[in-house]
Design a protein around this ligand. Structure first.
Ligand code: SAT
Ligand code: MN
Length: 594
């Protein structure tokens, strides 16, 4: 359909004028407005197959599913090319890359001039949040990538419902995405929170190109949340139902590729018969204070963009079921009978395999068959553990907030904060080893406060202040905890089995909230003793558990020194309350020194 024909049907002038402006700049051969229908999906998938961008998988093994192989230089988020372009650099803060908005727009306009010649420009309206929800917001992404459109259809409520919700309003997130030639020298992901706008150029990768996700639902939304008194967080949301049938909800922040998807759809261990876990969301939470003074959360997304390697019927049986159909796989390996394979799938690799780059795989080469950051995109409706409240316009009330990093040392299995400010301090000082989800070295500890370091759309000091301020608005605040599933013993092996067994730790948290479980006070927070956890049926020796729960003074001395450096980097925006908390902690750790 041509631009002219469409403009007669779309009533929103702000929208049609903006689309026309981008079309004048990028000069596509045609403009297609996406309606989100099944017929449109089939038509676009057929186009993508014809162009080679999607490979259909076996209709028997993976019905309705496709494989996409990205450019090998475009396989993860590129944080060094991601910018927050606020009018003043102070508002972006020292942890974000910043460039002045006018200059940045001018540069990107230069790159985009005529960039869609010979191509189709897709206009993708979408809703973030359940339809009809007071949390919900509309975005529109313009893109020249059919792969992006098909992923957006899974990840968001896309098409007609978004235009219906938008009506004549102008407050939609304006996203411009153009793949250009995937040259890393002309790749930039730029956010303009003051304009509710994102321009992403030169990458087709998930977090860089599906603008609904990290770009809108975290970077832009966190800025909006600060202004409007709510929080946009890098958190899963799960419901935990007891055998008696009451369900409590937990929101948990972990950096990318630290097991959020696994935790969000966890299968309880055999000893927890009658317990059930329900997924509300696996990556992003929008949190608001309800009329009842509790914190309520929705998952703004409609699908999962999960890490494939390591997913198997032990680590995440629900995910194995949900990716069985109607999914898009990116950069996994393919079997000769049209199925997918990745490292850590449990089943041995078949004799013949095509690797993520499309070459015959040679197991002896030491190369991975699937890229370590290979992904599945799956509709949340596929999830057997989906919460009946996943589409609830009101969201769910949150009883506990959990922060978690990937730490080989120092951080015990679980810590309970003393109060809200201490909980914010725990989140603000979180450290984690880097993973393959972002380009760069893997396994280096960096401070990743609230798992938001790459996703906070404004000054991190202001962000902490906003968190501290929220306490005043939440009459009935959730309890805040810290977890670490990844601590290692002196033998270099993980001390905790993780996966479904993590439920034992969540259960202790609920018992703490209910006043039914004990804990020991330490200078860094409250920690369970081994006997405070239900370890029934778990084959883990007591001394390994004691090691996993230990708070070691020498490790914490190093930890607070590293935290102090990080706080200094944040400069004057750092809230004094967190500095005070820090000083108090340093004193009590030094006081505890033998
Ligand atoms: O690529 S995404 O940013 O969408 C996934 C992640 O890194 O968490
Ligand atoms: Mn994430």
């Amino acid at each position: 359909m041509t631009l002219k024909e469409e403009r007669n049907e779309i009533k929103n002038r702000a929208l049609t004028e903006w689309v026309a402006e981008i079309a004048r700049l990028t000069t596509p051969d045609q403009v297609v407005w996406c309606d989100g229908s099944e017929a449109e999906k089939d038509r676009l998938a057929a186009l993508a197959v014809k162009s080679g961008s999607l490979i259909p998988l076996s209709p028997q093994k993976k019905p309705g599913s496709f494989l996409h192989r990205s450019d090998p230089n475009d396989v993860a988020r590129t944080e060094h090319l991601t910018f927050v372009c606020t009018p003043s650099q102070r508002d972006a803060g020292p942890t974000n890359n910043w460039s002045p908005p006018d200059q940045t727009y001018a540069k990107l306009r230069g790159w985009l001039k005529g960039s869609m010649r010979g191509r189709t420009m897709y206009v993708v309206p979408y809703v973030m949040g359940p339809l009809g929800s007071p949390f919900a917001k509309v975005g529109v992404e313009i893109t020249d990538s059919v792969y992006v459109v098909l992923n957006m259809r899974i990840m968001t409520r896309m098409g007609a419902p978004a235009l219906a919700m938008l009506g004549e309003r102008e407050d939609f997130c304006r996203g411009v995405h153009c793949t250009l030639d995937l040259n890393p020298d002309r790749r930039l992901i730029c956010h303009f929170p003051q304009d509710n706008a994102i321009w992403s150029v030169g990458s087709g990768y998930g977090g860089n190109a599906l603008l609904s996700k990290k770009c809108f639902a975290l970077r832009i939304a966190s800025w909006q949340g600060r202004g409007e008194g709510w929080l946009a967080e890098h958190m899963l949301i799960l419901g935990l139902q007891s055998p008696a049938g009451d369900t409590r909800y937990i929101a948990a922040a972990f950096p990318s590729a630290c097991g959020k998807t696994n935790l969000a759809m966890l299968t309880p261990p055999a000893e927890f018969a009658g317990w059930k876990v329900f997924t509300v969301g696996d990556d992003i939470a929008w949190l608001r204070v309800g009329d009842d003074g509790r914190l309520w959360a929705v998952n703004p997304e409609n699908g999962y963009f999960g890490v494939a390697p390591g997913t198997n019927s032990h680590s995440n049986p629900n995910a194995m079921k949900m990716v069985g159909h109607d999914s898009i796989f990116t950069n996994v390996a393919m079997t000769t009978d049209g199925d997918v394979w990745w490292e850590g799938m449990e089943t041995a690799p078949p004799e013949k395999l095509i690797d993520w780059r499309g070459r015959p795989w040679n197991p002896g080469s030491g190369d991975k068959a699937a890229h370590p950051n290979s992904r599945f995109t799956t509709p949340m409706a596929n999830n057997p553990a989906l919460s009946p409240h996943a589409n609830d316009p009101q969201g769910v009330p949150i009883s506990a907030i959990v922060f978690g990093g990937r730490r080989a040392t120092t951080m015990p299995l679980v810590l309970e904060s003393q109060n809200w400010t201490h909980g914010v301090y725990l989140g603000a000082t979180m450290g984690s080893e880097t993973t393959a989800a972002a380009a760069g070295a893997v396994g280096v500890v960096r401070r990743d406060p609230m798992a938001m370091l790459p996703f906070c759309g404004y000054n991190m000091g202001d962000y902490f202040a906003h968190w501290l301020q929220m306490e005043g608005a939440i009459k009935n605040p959730p309890r805040i905890f810290m977890v670490n599933w990844f601590r290692k013993g002196s033998d270099g092996k993980f001390l905790w089995p993780g996966f479904g067994e993590n439920l034992r730790v969540l259960k202790w948290m609920l018992d703490r909230i209910d006043g039914r479980a004990t804990a020991t006070d330490t200078p860094v927070g409250r920690v369970p003793r081994v006997e405070d956890l239900n370890l029934h049926g778990l084959d883990t020796a007591g001394d390994r558990m004691r090691e996993d729960l230990a708070v070691k003074t020498d490790e914490w001395s190093a930890e607070v020194a590293s935290t102090a450096e990080f706080f200094d980097k944040l400069g004057p925006a750092m809230p004094p309350a967190l500095r005070d908390k820090h000083r108090g902690l340093v004193n009590s750790i030094n006081g505890a020194r033998p």
